[in-house]
Write a protein that binds this ligand. Sequence first.
Ligand code: MN
Length: 188
Amino acid sequence: MALTTYNKKRNFKATPEPEGKEGKKSLFRFVVQRHDASHLHYDFRLELGGVLKSWAVPKGPSMNPEDKRLAVMVEDHPVSYIGFEGKIPEGNYGAGRVEIWDKGVFIPVNKELEEMTEQEALQALNKGELKIFLEGGKLEGEFILIRFKNDEKNWLLIKHKDEYAVSEKYDSEKLSKAISKKTVKKKK
Ligand code: MN
């Protein structure tokens, strides 16, 4: 049961997060949720196999191919989590604010950049290397997820060189609406 761990970690009477139920055929959506928990990170999620395959990216994704972002695989999340934003109350697993940083669709592709089926994409993930083409608001173009050798959890999320790649320093926080909100002065 892919969502057992997700459900075990949470008390749905105390958190606004959705309860885990497995979904149907993938619509190949992705989401990046900025999660201001005990350690700020960005959760990168791909809709595959009836769940959201999920990684916690401490520095956030980057559009600069020079950056190799550590992406720690975490428990599968339910597909309904894709639209989740809100505050997970203190005392709950992952307490802190969750905001959608980016969302869109992805195309799993093979080495020849040909579109893969959902099943092929899941097999590629199991082998520890998945290439995807992202169509989001902030993230665009080719990316690769590569698992460290002899490691279950640690992956790298890397932008490939293409027309969407940037060469300047990329700071996910500067593109976060959470940051822009904090700078707005409220009238008393
Ligand atoms: Mn998280």
